[in-house]
Design a protein around this ligand. Structure first.
Ligand SMILES: [Zn+2]
Ligand SMILES: [Zn+2]
Length: 344
């Protein structure tokens, strides 16, 4: 099959790669769409070696083959693939028994991702999408599930005020997740105009630039000076700026969920959140909480005809043009928010 690889030198290139073969509990999925995640861009920046396996974890497609232990009934189903947790997990260790597949102790190592014609994962990690859902929406299940997981780990109660740091894909899916799970006012920082406009159209109440103290002041001015009940940090990177902003814009005894990947050790003043008695909660990927997998909740939400999350898909490229897709995703002056690779 054809698959895309980072060449270690700034380019995504297409190469031939062996077709995946289904063992026992596996499914082989013909990939229809794969989103380019901010982490794909950032990881390439940090890499000096070429990829040995294709990346891509926001994946949707059609099951075309299954292993001997899987009911062949599921062949032909349209699915969103739980690529990082359940799709690689053993289903039997202590964490898997708790539904926390991301923390599985016996995960399959080194399985290729969705920048390829086919992908292999455990069949149990393939979630059927509804007929009304497009492939664009199928590939948004993963980033939406990440944000749903964050909001749930942040124990958001209905009516609470939520401050969202960042308006990239995860910031925007966090707006939708918070709104759907019953948030009160939602505040968002957005660096680019298209992100601010999208945040408002998806249900945010107020947006502003991340520069200076503008955001902290905005949140305080709408919360009687207290700050938000819950902050969701979605930026990460190599600066402590959004961590400080999260502490500043959250009320005393409020909660701060960290979804952003920080890619370098950072200095941070721990005394401020201690004196404010804030809870800092890390959240990575997805899993089962209270009986429901975040993928199930994301699919339900995207099946609702009134949802408009797929508006964030601003650009689509075929697999052969993945390099242009990556360049477009990097360069926000193109108006890009979510860029997807389509093979449909
Ligand atoms: Zn991602
Ligand atoms: Zn396990």
């Amino acid at each position: 099959m054809e698959a895309a690889f980072y060449d270690g030198n700034g380019q995504m290139i297409i190469q031939q790669h062996p077709d995946p073969v289904a063992a026992e509990g596996d499914a082989i999925i013909q990939v229809k769409a794969t989103g380019i995640c901010g982490s794909d861009l950032l990881m390439n920046n940090d890499k000096e070696e070429a990829d040995e396996l294709p990346a891509g974890h926001e994946v949707t497609g059609i099951i075309v083959d299954v292993g001997a232990a899987v009911d062949r009934e599921i062949v032909g189903k349209r699915v969103a693939i739980e690529t990082i947790g359940q799709g690689l997990a053993c289903s039997t260790c202590w964490y898997c028994r708790m539904g926390q597949y991301r923390q599985c102790q016996n995960k399959v190592q080194a399985e290729g991702g969705g920048f390829a014609e086919y992908i292999k994962r455990k069949a149990i990690g393939c979630y059927e999408i509804s007929e009304s859902m497009t492939w664009d929406e199928g590939a948004l299940v993963e980033p939406l599930a990440v944000s749903i997981h964050g909001i749930r780990r942040g124990m958001m109660n209905g009516g609470e005020t939520v401050a969202i740091l960042g308006a990239g894909t995860i910031g925007l899916t966090a707006v939708v997740a918070a709104k759907q799970l019953g948030a009160g006012k939602i505040f968002v920082t957005a660096r680019h105009e298209q992100q601010a406009a999208m945040a408002l159209s998806l249900g945010a109440d107020y947006t502003c630039s991340p520069e200076g103290e503008e955001f902290e002041n905005l949140v305080r001015s709408h919360t009687n000076g207290r700050g938000a009940d819950l902050a969701v940090e979605t930026v990460g990177g190599k600066s402590n700026r959004t961590l400080i902003q999260s502490v500043e814009s959250t009320r005393m005894q409020g909660r701060i969920v960290i979804l952003g990947g920080f890619r370098t050790p950072l200095q941070f003043d721990w005394l401020a959140p201690l004196l404010k008695e804030q809870s800092i909660i890390f959240s990575s990927c997805y899993g089962i909480l209270d009986g429901y997998h975040d993928y199930e909740m994301a699919i339900n939400l995207l099946s609702n005809q009134s949802n408009s999350l797929s508006d964030i898909v601003t650009h689509k490229y075929p697999l052969e043009e993945i390099q242009q897709g990556f360049e477009c995703a990097y360069d926000k002056s193109t108006g890009s928010i979510k860029v997807q690779i389509h093979q449909d």
